[in-house]
Design a protein around this ligand. Structure first.
Ligand code: ADP
Length: 426
């Protein structure tokens, strides 16, 4: 086997070895260094043609007297490089300065010999060039020119790769800028929407509060009339007073709902969460809706088998509100003479209270919307009174007390709404 070290030194092999593993700036720096060595030239450079400034090239690497120099831009006019860009291969063994008398750099560099070749893109267009310049002739043999073709094609491929990389980078930057701009726009829209929402909530809170004051007077004086404190009323007026009273109670419940809603919206709900026995809270809630249920012939069953001593962590007033909301819906959306069943069940760390009615039921699609604010499903068409915020408030109240709420329902067969709260450990 031949001994490798005995092989004669091959500058072309050096050039290949020095550039194969490199890309980008490093590639071109090594490339011009080896090029200058190979061709015994004092100068070697590789350039790219600038697309946006015609007639101008920029060096990708410039080697002078054994050193890598700073890159620069230059006008091609009247230079040997212009000839390369226009006509292809240019080899001048000597007489370079005489051939290009207007290129004063050649005099400054003191060079007389030139070998240059264009760099081509895949589509055949000229995108750059390489050249070596020397005091003495830079290429002694014909094979030196043949080799230059090989190196020019490698340098051309690298330049094309860099251009694609630049384009990608450019597009990525543009995209990032677009994303940034849209993020700002979105943030502004979000802030505007939030400000509008806050204004709406403030308005609701103020209006509800203002409405309550005259309503108190209406309810109070109607109550006094009903009690006939200032003298007996004839039966017709008595009926009018009853209607006025029930309408004002109804109005009060709507205003209370709106107030609750605005308080929850601005996150100012105050609760006093502590252990409470479930049974008295449910009994209280049933008592509050008994009249309404009776008007519609609806019976309410509280499963007495339930765990009567069970305690949960809640605010008692808020739990009553939740129960009254769910029971009222169980009455409103029930058939005449239907029924409601309340059941309490222990789960691992909590208690689940369920309210099952024999009413209209809710389809699977509509179940997803039922807790949305101001969502009434078909209740408006059916002329059932309501605002559509009862369940939205209920859900927020439940979650405020670390509970969960859900429902199971079948259209035409009734619904079960359930709420679950943390149990008090015995
Ligand atoms: P409201 O009763 O004031 O309309 P809610 O937020 O309490 O508002 O309920 C939203 C909607 O969900 C109701 O309008 C009704 O269509 C439906 N819904 C609520 N509870 C029941 C129920 N138990 N059975 C059938 N539909 C119900």
């Amino acid at each position: 086997m031949a001994d490798k070290s005995s092989k004669p030194h091959d500058p072309f092999f050096d050039l290949l070895a020095g550039t194969t593993a490199e890309t980008g700036e490093k590639f071109f720096h090594n490339f011009v260094k080896h090029l200058a060595q190979t061709y015994h030239a004092q100068f070697a450079l590789v350039t790219e043609l600038l697309e946006d400034t015609p007639g101008t090239a920029r060096t990708l690497a410039f080697h002078a007297h054994g050193n890598n120099m700073k890159n620069f831009e230059y006008k091609l006019q009247d230079t040997p490089c212009e000839c390369v860009y226009e006509n292809g291969l240019l080899y001048l063994k000597s007489g370079l300065q005489e051939q290009f008398p207007d290129d004063h750099d050649l005099v400054e560099m003191g060079v007389h010999s030139y070998l240059g070749m264009p760099l081509y893109a895949k589509d055949g267009s000229k995108i750059g060039h390489i050249c070596v310049l020397g005091i003495n002739p830079v290429a002694e043999s014909a094979s030196a020119i043949d080799y230059l073709h090989i190196f020019a094609s490698r340098a051309g491929a690298e330049l094309e790769r860099i251009k694609v990389e630049r384009q990608l980078l450019n597009q990525r930057e543009k995209l990032a800028q677009m994303v940034d701009e849209q993020t700002v726009e979105l943030r502004i829209s979000k802030e505007l929407a939030e400000a509008a929402n806050r204004a709406k909530t403030d308005f609701l809170a103020r209006m509800s509060h203002e409405l309550k004051t005259p309503l108190h007077a209406i309810t109070g004086f109607s109550q006094l009339m009903k009690e006939e404190t200032a003298g007996r009323l004839n039966p017709v007026y008595k009926e009018y007073v009853d209607s006025t009273l029930s309408a004002s109670y109804h109005l009060k419940s709507i205003i209370d709902e709106l107030l609750d809603f605005s308080v929850l919206e601005i996150g100012k709900l105050k609760t006093n969460i502590k252990p409470h026995t479930i049974k008295p809270l449910i009994d209280d809630s049933i008592r509050m809706v008994t009249n309404k249920a009776r008007e519609k012939g609806i019976s309410i069953h509280y499963d007495e088998q339930s765990d009567n001593a069970a305690q949960i962590m809640v605010d008692d007033a808020r739990l009553r509100e939740i129960m009254i909301n769910l029971l009222t819906n169980g009455i409103k959306y029930n058939h005449e003479n239907g029924s409601i069943t309340i059941n309490v069940q222990a789960t691992e760390n909590s208690y689940c209270i369920s309210i099952t009615d024999t009413g209209t039921g809710i389809s699977k699609v509509e179940q997803a919307k039922v807790f949305n604010e101001f969502e009434r499903l078909n209740a408006d068409q059916d002329c059932i009174e309501g605002t559509g915020i009862g369940l939205a408030i209920t859900k927020r109240l439940v979650e405020h007390m670390q509970g969960t709420i859900g429902l199971e329902s079948q259209l035409g067969r009734g619904s079960t709404f359930w709420v679950e709260f943390p149990a008090v450990k015995p």
